[in-house]
Design a protein around this ligand. Structure first.
Ligand code: TYD
Length: 137
């Protein structure tokens, strides 16, 4: 997947000796102060997740185990991204609709977020997202 304004990868340093170590720090790798982290694992492969955008929150997603397919959409363009390496992150800007598809039993997603959890930060209706996205130019 080629990078563009919608798809921005973050490549972390990987130290390999007896094993592998990957690290991230702000602002060298993560372009915002990290206020929250969460992970998604044991997801049922039958059910995709996400299907929302955030009004303010920026995030970086890492797939620590197995792989995941992520659809990103900024209201103008849509792209499909595959993550399958712990050192490759996907930057998800605010106002980017995202969907996570094809979870495997072993998929582990780690998410670094710029803001605290706030249900009011979510836009869960795609039509509303398109309207707000258009309005904000
Ligand atoms: P949600 O963001 O909707 O997950 P997904 O997009 O993967 O489907 O969150 C699922 C549930 O977890 C929802 O009830 C909100 C809760 N949650 C928190 O309480 N804090 C958090 O930081 C996150 C990300 C979710």
């Amino acid at each position: 997947m080629r990078e563009n304004e919608l798809v921005r990868f973050i490549y972390l340093p990987k130290i390999t000796d007896d094993g592998s170590l990957v690290f991230a720090q702000t602002p060298d790798h993560i372009p915002f102060p990290i206020n929250r982290i969460y992970s998604i694992f044991d997801a049922d492969p039958k059910f995709p997740r996400g299907f929302h955008a955030h009004k303010k929150t920026q995030q970086v997603l890492f797939c620590l185990n197995s792989d995941i397919k992520i659809i990103v959409d900024d209201g103008k363009k849509r792209a499909t991204v595959f993550l399958d390496k712990p050192e490759h992150g996907l930057f998800l800007d605010k106002m980017v609709w995202h969907e996570m598809h094809d979870f495997k039993k072993k998929t582990i997603l780690l998410v670094l977020a710029s803001n605290l959890y706030d249900p009011d930060d979510y836009i869960r209706d795609y039509k509303e997202f398109l309207g707000l996205s258009k309005a904000s130019g």
